[in-house]
Write a protein that binds this ligand. Structure first.
Ligand SMILES: C[S@@+](CC[C@H](N)C(=O)[O-])C[C@H]1O[C@@H](n2cnc3c(N)ncnc32)[C@H](O)[C@@H]1O
Length: 232
């Protein structure tokens, strides 16, 4: 794809996200309030898009956004003006975070792990930049159960969906990837969003071990049965 064609797609994607996400945001509001209400310190958001999550943050947080699509940036500035949050935007991707080790208190990812080039690489980067005991707060759409009609649909539309959705895969097993990434604890709830194709979603928290001992135990922990349930 030529650079100008890629730029046009990014521009249209940014406009469409700003224009058409209101219904989804009304649905997601209660989950976002629960997820983000007690955030403090330095918060990194990967792929913040047009800034739909900024309204849930209190003005004391130091917010850094990694948004590779430059056409999202003006929307981010507009959104940040409302709660008066000072923001710092970097035009880079979640697969390679331009931040120091153990430098952030929390990472936010909503509808982004579907787009990163390599989920395990992105999650290792999240673990690297999180302080011990830091948390990844996420809402992500995921693959429907194997063998279901919806899963067959997701598989069928993936090539076109990726083109139209700026690299988004509708059929990723993101819950399983989070569980094997090496967090000390991964808790999430399955929800059904009022969307086509990407309605199955997970909302939850993945916590990095608070100590070296916990870090060493993380692989044992990740072998254990999936911890699912209420994330708060
Ligand atoms: C579906 S939008 C979600 C936007 C926002 N998080 C939300 O919930 O409204 C996906 C976002 O991820 C960004 N993105 C795509 N690939 C990325 C990558 N590799 N690393 C970080 N962000 C990425 C896109 O530019 C876009 O802003």
């Amino acid at each position: 794809m030529g650079r100008s064609q890629a730029g046009l797609r990014q521009r249209i994607f940014a406009w469409a996200l700003a224009r058409f996400n209101a219904r989804y945001e009304r649905f997601a509001a209660e989950y976002k309030q629960r997820l983000f209400r007690d955030l403090t310190g330095t918060v990194l958001e990967i792929g913040p898009g047009t800034g739909a999550n900024l309204r849930y943050l209190n003005a004391e947080v130091r917010w850094i956004g990694l948004e590779p699509n430059p056409y999202m940036h003006s929307y981010l500035h507009q959104e940040a003006n409302r709660p008066g949050i000072p923001i710092e935007i970097k035009t880079s991707i979640g697969d390679d975070l331009p931040l120091g080790d153990e430098s952030v208190d929390a990472v936010i990812s909503t509808l982004v792990l579907c787009c990163v080039k390599n989920q395990q690489r992105a999650l290792q980067e999240v673990l690297r930049v999180l302080k011990p005991g830091g948390r990844l707060l996420f809402i992500e759409h995921v693959a429907a159960p194997a063998g279901s009609r919806l899963r067959r649909m997701q598989n069928l539309v993936t090539p076109l969906w990726k083109q139209l959705g700026d690299g988004c895969y509708p059929n990723r097993e993101t819950g399983a990837e989070l569980e094997r990434a090496g967090f000390e604890n991964v808790k999430y709830e399955r929800i059904i969003a009022p969307l086509v194709i990407v309605s199955p979603q997970i909302v939850g928290v993945a916590t990095k071990a608070a100590s070296r001992k916990g870090l060493d135990a993380r692989h044992i922990a990740s072998e254990r049965a999936t911890r699912q349930g209420n994330f708060s």
